[in-house]
Design a protein around this ligand. Structure first.
Ligand code: SF4
Length: 979
C-alpha cells in the first residue's frame, strides 16, 4: 500500500473534501446542480444553450466555438453516467462528450469510456443501412434493403407465428439492456414470453445470494459514508456501477475508510486496498464465513437487529422442532453453526495466512453499521456455488446490522426508481422453456447460454430471433456451438441483429438493422449508486438540439447518421405492422392516448411518464416554466429523493391495509387497494400469495412494518424456498466447494480466471472506439514466475497453449507476481475476429481469421492482424498495434450452476509452451466434447418436476424480468408425475 500515486490521489480527495467543507461553511454551495461537487470547469447550466470555448487548434488565435450542451446517458456500461454532448452550433455535429454535472449518480464525472462515445458515433466501420443476407447464411453475401422491406418481412413472420400459436418461437435476446423495461413491455404486448438476457453469463451468481436474503437481487452499498468497504470485485476500476461507486469509495478513503479487496489477481482495485487478499479461486465464501464466525463467537454482532429482522423464528420452527422459539435458543444454535469455519479452516481453503484473516475480521467487526460491501461477477460468476459468495458476504452485513444504514448496504430497489409507462400490457400466458427450462426452477435469470444445446436437443425452435446489444458467439462460453445453431435454419428460422456494429454474431444474421449508440436513442435509467433515487434520460442529442433550434424532429432517423434508427421507434413501428388493424390486441399498447388511433410517439411516451410517474418532477419543471419532458431533455437526470434510510423499518399505514390476514410468524397480507392496477409491480414490491393477495408488511415487536419482499418479510438467514425446492442442504449461508477446488483438479491442472474486465473496454461495442483500443487491445495470460518455470515458459511474450476440456487457445504469456501461484488469468475482453472476406467490423480490434472443421473439430487460425487501414477517419492509418488478443471463451464448455443457473466461468486448464506451428490467437474446439460437458452439468440439476412443492415450475415470488401469468407457472401435466 501507499504508492506515490495513492498518496497524491488521497491528497487530492482530501483537498476536495476540505474545499467543500470550507465552501459550505461560508454558506455557499458547490455546483448548484444535482452533483453538488466542485469542479470549476463545469459550464453553468444557464449557459448551456450557447456555451463558448476557444478552439485549441486555432491557438494562439482566440477563435470562439459556440456549443449547445445537450445531456444524454452513456451506454458503455450499466452505470448509466450522465454525458453532455457539445453540439457545435455552426456544424450541427457533436464535437465532444463530457460529464453532466446535473446527474446525481455520476456527478459530472466519467471513465474513459464515456468521452470515447464520440469514437462510436464517428466510427468509420459502423453499420449505416439495413442489410439483408443474400446467399447462404454466414456466406458473407449482403444487400441493402429499406426499413420498409425489413419491417414488413419481420412483421409478417411474427404475425404468422402468433396466429398459429407459435408464441414461443419469438425471442428477443438482450445483452446490456441499457433501459428499464421497454423491451419487456413490447414482448408482453405481443403476448410472448420471449425475453432472454445475458445475465446468467454475467451476474446471476452474485444476484442469487442477495435475492435469497433480501428478496431483492442487488446490493446498494453506501460507500461514501462507510468506514469499512469490502469488495469481492474490482470496483475501483471496472466493477458494477464503476465510476459512480469508484468516486464514492475514493471519498470514503479520503475520510479514513479501510478498503478490503478479495481478488486473486492484483487488480488496480487491489492496489488501492488496505487489505488485499488473493485467495484460491472459489474459497471466498469460506473467508466470509470465517469472518462471520468471528463476529458470532465474539458477540460482535448487532443482537437487536438480528432479533428483529432475521427469520430465525421460522428457521427454528422448521429445522429445530421441539426447540423453544426464542432468540436465546437461536443464538445458542447460531454459535455452533459456523464454529468449524475457523480462520485456520478458511486459510487452508484460501491458501492465505490465518493471522491475516483474523486481522481483517477485526477490522470488519469495528465497522459497526458502516460496512459497505459488494460482490457481483468475479468469484460469484466463476465458481460452482458462487452464489454463496454473495450470500455469505451479506451474512456479514446482516450480522453487523449494516443494512440500509448510513455507510451500510441497502437493497437496490430502495435506491432505484422505475417510472410507470403509458401502457402496461398484461403478463403473457405462455412459458418459454428454452429460456426457463424445468431443470432450473431457481435460476436467477434465463438459461441463455444453454440455448444452442436446447435447440440441439430438439426442445424447440425459433422462428424469429432478435439480438440487441448482444454478441452471443463472442460473449458466451462455447461460442462455436452458438455458431452451429445460428447457421441451422431449421433451428433458427430468421435471425435479426439489431446492432450499430458488425460482430462475430451479426455475420450469421439474416437481417442486420442499424441501431443508434448512446447519444442516438431514447431510454430511461435508474440505478442504485448511493442512498437516493434518480431517473436518468438517454436521448438522441441532435434531435433535441435541432428541436431546440426550432426544427422539430419526429423520427430519429432524420438526425442519425445514414439510416440508423432507435429501438423504441422501431418496436412501435414493428408492433403496428404485426397488428395493423388492432384485431390482435397488440396495437393498443403502441397507440397514442392523445390521438386515439394514431401511433404513439416517443415524445408522448416519455412525456406521459415524466409528467405522471416521477414524483416531484412536474413541480420542478414548472418552476422553470418547462414541461417535465423538456426539463429532462434539458438536464438529463432528476433526483427524486435522498436519504431513503431503513425502508424496512417504516410502519405500514393502516389506510394501506385492506382485508388483512396474518401468518403465524407475522407476515401481513392485504388485499390489493381498490384502485391498484394488478399489472404494476414496482421493483421491491412483495409477491402475491396464491389468493392474489399481496404481502404488505411484517409484524415486528407488535408493529406492521414494511419489511423485505421475501416470503417471510424478514431477511432470510434460512431460505424456505431453497429448502422446499430441493436444496435443503444449502438453505443457510454456506460454503460450496467449487468445480475448480484444488481437490478437483487433475494432475498438472491449474485454475484459469477468465471473468475480469479491463477498465477501458466493455464487451463488444467498445472495440469500435479508437481511443479505447489504443489504451487496451490485448489479453495475455497472467502466469506467476514459479508457474512459468514449472510450465517451461521462459519469458513474457512467449506463446503458450491453454488446454481446456473442449479444446485449446494459444496466447502470449505475461509473467507476473500479480497472480497467485497455481492460478492463471486472462481477460475476456479481447480476441475479436472477423472471418476472412467479411466486413472490417472494428478495424483496430479485429483479427482476420480462417475457420475450418476437421475430424478433431473446429480450427481457427489467424490470417491477418489489426493494422493501419484507409477509411473516412485518418486515425485509422495510425494504428500502431497488431496484437488484439485471443478469444478464449470459444474454448470453454458450459457450466450451469444447478441452483443459480450462472455459468461458472473458471476453467481447470493445462498450460504448455506452444507447439511447433502454433500461432497467437489459434483456437481448437470440439463441439462434440462441448455437448458432453453440457450433459454432465445438466445432470447436476434438480428439475421442477422432481422438487416442486406446489406443482409450479418456479417459486412465484422469485424475480423474472418478464413474468408470465400465474397460470403459466403450472407444471405441465406430464412433468408433475416425475419421481
Ligand atoms: S462508468 Fe464509464 S462506461 Fe460506465 S456509464 Fe460511466 S462513463 Fe460510461
Amino acid at each position: 500500500m501507499g504508492s506515490a500515486e495513492d498518496a497524491s490521489l488521497d491528497e487530492l480527495a482530501r483537498r476536495v473534501s476540505a474545499a467543500r467543507a470550507a465552501t459550505e461553511a461560508r454558506g455557499e454551495t458547490f455546483y448548484q446542480g444535482a452533483s453538488r461537487v466542485h469542479l470549476a470547469a463545469f459550464p453553468p447550466r444557464e449557459r448551456w444553450d450557447d456555451w463558448v470555448e476557444l478552439s485549441s487548434r486555432a491557438w494562439p488565435a482566440r477563435e470562439e466555438r459556440h456549443y449547445m450542451l445537450v445531456p444524454t446517458t452513456c451506454f458503455n456500461c450499466e452505470s448509466a453516467c450522465g454525458l453532455l454532448a457539445y453540439v457545435d452550433r455552426d456544424t450541427g455535429q457533436v464535437r465532444k462528450f463530457e460529464g453532466n454535472p446535473e446527474h446525481p449518480g455520476s456527478r459530472g464525472r466519467n471513465c474513459a469510456k464515456g468521452p470515447a462515445t464520440l469514437n462510436q458515433v464517428t466510427d468509420p466501420d459502423r453499420i449505416l443501412y439495413p442489410m439483408r443476407r443474400s446467399g447462404p447464411r454466414g456466406g458473407g453475401g449482403w444487400e441493402r434493403v429499406s426499413w420498409d422491406e425489413a419491417l414488413s418481412a419481420l412483421a409478417a413472420r411474427i404475425r404468422a407465428a402468433l396466429a398459429e400459436g407459435r408464441h414461443n418461437e419469438i425471442m428477443v435476446h438482450i445483452g446490456r439492456p441499457g433501459e428499464d423495461g421497454y423491451t419487456e413491455r413490447v414482448l408482453a404486448s405481443w403476448g410472448v414470453d420471449g425475453h432472454n438476457s445475458h445475465t446468467n453469463v454475467c451476474s446471476s451468481g452474485g444476484r442469487t445470494g442477495f435475492q435469497f436474503w433480501m428478496g431483492i437481487d442487488r446490493p446498494s452499498p453506501d460507500h461514501a459514508h462507510a468506514t469499512v468497504i469490502y469488495l469481492i470485485s474490482a470496483h475501483l476500476e471496472s466493477g458494477h456501477y464503476f465510476n459512480p461507486h469508484a468516486q464514492r469509495i475514493t471519498e470514503a478513503r479520503a475520510n479514513g475508510a479501510k478498503v478490503i479487496v478479495l481478488d486473486t489477481r492484483l487488480s488496480n482495485t487491489a492496489t488501492h486496498a488496505d487489505y488485499w487478499l488473493s485467495p484460491q479461486p472459489g474459497s471466498e465464501a469460506a473467508i466470509n464465513l470465517a469472518i462471520a464466525n468471528h463476529l458470532i463467537q465474539t458477540g460482535a454482532y448487532d443482537r437487536e437487529f438480528v432479533r428483529r429482522w432475521w427469520n430465525w423464528a421460522e428457521y427454528l420452527t422448521e429445522c429445530h422442532p421441539g426447540t423453544p422459539v426464542t432468540f436465546e435458543a437461536f443464538e445458542e444454535i447460531l454459535a455452533g453453526l459456523y464454529a468449524d469455519v475457523t480462520f485456520e479452516f478458511a486459510a487452508a481453503e484460501a491458501g492465505l495466512d490465518a493471522g491475516v484473516l483474523a486481522e481483517v475480521a477485526a477490522v470488519v467487526a469495528g465497522a459497526g453499521h458502516r460496512f459497505a460491501c459488494h460482490s457481483w461477477r468475479s468469484a460469484a460468476a466463476g465458481n460452482l456455488g458462487g452464489w454463496q459468495v454473495s450470500r455469505t458476504l451479506f451474512l456479514i452485513a446482516a450480522l453487523l446490522g449494516a443494512v440500509a444504514t448510513e455507510g451500510g448496504t441497502f437493497p437496490n430497489a430502495w435506491n432505484k426508481f422505475v417510472p410507470r409507462p403509458i401502457h402496461v400490457p398484461p403478463h403473457p400466458g405462455v412459458w418459454q422453456e428454452l429460456s426457463w427450462p424445468l431443470e432450473y426452477p431457481l435460476a436467477q435469470n434465463e438459461m441463455s447460454f444453454l440455448l444452442p444445446h436446447f435447440l440441439a436437443d430438439g426442445r424447440g425452435r425459433l422462428d424469429t430471433y432478435f439480438i440487441r446489444v448482444y454478441n452471443p458467439v463472442w460473449t458466451n462460453p462455447d461460442g462455436l456451438s452458438w455458431m452451429e445453431a445460428l447457421c441451422d435454419e431449421d433451428k433458427v428460422g430468421c435471425f435479426v441483429a439489431l446492432t450499430p456494429t458488425w460482430s462475430e454474431s451479426a455475420w450469421f444474421a439474416d437481417y442486420v438493422l442499424p441501431m443508434g449508440h448512446g447519444p442516438e436513442r431514447h431510454d430511461t435509467h435508474s440505478y442504485e449508486q448511493y442512498d437516493g433515487q434518480w431517473v436518468g434520460f438517454r436521448q438522441p442529442v441532435l434531435r433535441t438540439a435541432r428541436s431546440r433550434l426550432g426544427t422539430p424532429v419526429s423520427d430519429t432517423r432524420e438526425v442519425n447518421p445514414g439510416e440508423v434508427w432507435e429501438e423504441n421507434e422501431f418496436w412501435i413501428e414493428l408492433s403496428w405492422r404485426i397488428d395493423p388493424d388492432g384485431s390482435m390486441g397488440i396495437r393498443q399498447y403502441h397507440e397514442s392516448r392523445e390521438r386515439p388511433g394514431e401511433k404513439l410517439t416517443v415524445d408522448e411516451y416519455y412525456g406521459w411518464m415524466f409528467s405522471r410517474s416521477v414524483p416531484g418532477l412536474a413541480e420542478r419543471a414548472a418552476a422553470e416554466g418547462l414541461s417535465p419532458l423538456d426539463w429532462m431533455r434539458r438536464y438529463g437526470a432528476f433526483e427524486i429523493s435522498r436519504g431513503r434510510g431503513a425502508v424496512h423499518e417504516q410502519e405500514v399505514p393502516a389506510a394501506e391495509l385492506y382485508d388483512v390476514s396474518v401468518s403465524p410468524l407475522g407476515r401481513v397480507y392485504s388485499a390489493a387497494p381498490p384502485a391498484a392496477d394488478p399489472n404494476i409491480v414496482p421493483a421491491g414490491t412483495p409477491p402475491h400469495d396464491e389468493d392474489g393477495r399481496r404481502p404488505a408488511g411484517v409484524i415486528v415487536d407488535g408493529v406492521v412494518r414494511h419489511g423485505f419482499p421475501t416470503p417471510s418479510g424478514r431477511l432470510e438467514f434460512w431460505s424456505s424456498t431453497l429448502a422446499a425446492w430441493g436444496w435443503p442442504e444449502h438453505a443457510l449461508p454456506g460454503y460450496i466447494r467449487s468445480h475448480v477446488h484444488p481437490s478437483r483438479l487433475a494432475a498438472g491442472q491449474v485454475v484459469l480466471l477468465s471473468t475480469f474486465r479491463l477498465p477501458t473496454q466493455i464487451h463488444t461495442r467498445s472495440a469500435n472506439a479508437k481511443w479505447l483500443d489504443e489504451l487496451a487491445h490485448t489479453n495475455p495470460v497472467w502466469i506467476h514466475p514459479a508457474d512459468a518455470a514449472r510450465f517451461g515458459v521462459g519469458r513474457t511474450g512467449d506463446l503458450v497453449r491453454v488446454e481446456t476440456e473442449i479444446g485449446h487457445f494459444v496466447a502470449k504469456a505475461w509473467i507476473t507476481e500479480g497472480i497467485r501461484p497455481g492460478v492463471v488469468a486472462c481477460s475476456h475482453h479481447m480476441g475479436r475476429w472477423r472471418l476472412d472476406g467479411g466486413p472490417r467490423g472494428a478495424g483496430g480490434m479485429m483479427a482476420t481469421v480462417g475457420l475450418s472443421r476437421g475430424d478433431d473439430g473446429w480450427q481457427m487460425e489467424r490470417r491477418g492482424s489489426a493494422g493501419p487501414y484507409e477509411s473516412a477517419d485518418p486515425d485509422s492509418q495510425r494504428i500502431w498495434w497488431t496484437d488484439t488478443g485471443v478469444h478464449q471463451n470459444l474454448t470453454f464448455g458450459v457450466h450451469p450452476d444447478p441452483i443459480s443457473g450462472m455459468h461458472c466461468w473458471h476453467e481447470a486448464v493445462r498450460i504448455r509452451p506452444a507447439a511447433p506451428g502454433d500461432q497467437h490467437g489459434d483456437i481448437a474446439v470440439d463441439t462434440r466434447k462441448a455437448r458432453q460437458v453440457y450433459r454432465e452439468w445438466l445432470a447436476l440439476a434438480r428439475p421442477a418436476g422432481q422438487v416442486s412443492p406446489d406443482g409450479t415450475r418456479r417459486p412465484h415470488w422469485l424475480m423474472r424480468p418478464l413474468k408470465p401469468s400465474a397460470a403459466a407457472f403450472a407444471l405441465p401435466a406430464a412433468d408433475r408425475d416425475l419421481p
